[in-house]
Design a protein around this ligand. Sequence first.
Ligand code: SF4
Length: 74
Amino acid sequence: MTTAVECVSCALFTLREDPKYAQLGLARCAAMKDRPGTFVSPQYPRQCRDHQPAPAAKTAARIEWLRDARSEGA
Ligand code: SF4
């Protein structure tokens, strides 16, 4: 069985491609270029063979950004 990974810690994950969805906590995966309407959930434990570890600082910065985006207007 493959170990579960989180997209937020993947080098192919990006919150920058669609800022409107990023505000909702959804992001794009560079491995899904052929599926323009598909978004990934940052911290869902996913089985993914394409996962490529992103630098730890990058992952931490994303998690912080997502936390801030979600608490906006609370
Ligand atoms: S390659 Fe897999 S783990 Fe990485 S962002 Fe895409 S779906 Fe998530």
